[in-house]
Every structure is written in C-alpha cells, then in structure tokens.
Design a protein around this ligand. Structure first.
Ligand code: FES
Length: 102
C-alpha cells in the first residue's frame, strides 16, 4: 500500500535544481523543472550513479556517469546506454512542504 512521505521544504528545490534524499530503503530524486516538481528514483538504472549530481534540462535529468537523459514524467531514458526506465512517484505540495507517494 502506498503512502505519502514528507521529503523536504519546497524552497530546498529551486527551479533548475535537483535534490536527493533517502527514506527507509528508498533513494529518491526531486527535480524542479520550470517550477514543477518531479520525483523519480535517485540511482540510475544503468549503473550506480547518483542522479542528483547530474544535470537538469528541458529534456530531463542527465546521468553524470554515461550521460543518458531520463524523462521526468515517465522515467524513460531518451538515449543509451540506459535502457530501463526510472521509477516515478506522485508528488504533492502542502504548506510549502514536498510530499512523495511511495
Ligand atoms: S550510470 Fe547512468 S547512464 Fe550509466
């Protein structure tokens, strides 16, 4: 059963920024793309790379290790070498706090 967890304050993820956090066994990435917050898995599906140290653009988040770009809406990679989608999570904002459904 899914539940909402509090991730961080909204101002901790400014436009164009990435933010990684852990909750129990999950590692989650928050991305602020043009003012909209997205949540995906933090670790690349290709190898062990922390996507919060990657690069955010209009296309999505680019892995810092081998440069696959993942779409933030569906988690799918646009280019090799990654060929498995990141898991994506629902996000809501309440009273300036970001919540993620895990
Ligand atoms: S580790 Fe991310 S593309 Fe290889």
């Amino acid at each position: 059963m899914s539940r909402w967890i509090k991730a961080c304050k909204l101002e901790q993820v400014k436009i164009g920024q990435l933010f990684g956090f852990s909750h129990e066994d999950k590692k989650i990435l928050l991305a602020n793309q043009k003012g909209k917050i997205f949540a995906t898995d933090l670790i690349c599906t290709h190898a062990y790379a922390d996507l919060s140290t990657g690069f955010l653009s209009a296309e999505g988040v680019r892995c810092p290790l081998h440069l696959s770009v993942f779409n933030l809406q569906n988690g799918k990679p646009d280019n090799l070498p990654a060929d498995v989608a990141l898991k994506t999570y629902n996000v809501k904002i309440e009273q300036n706090e970001i919540y993620v459904e895990v």
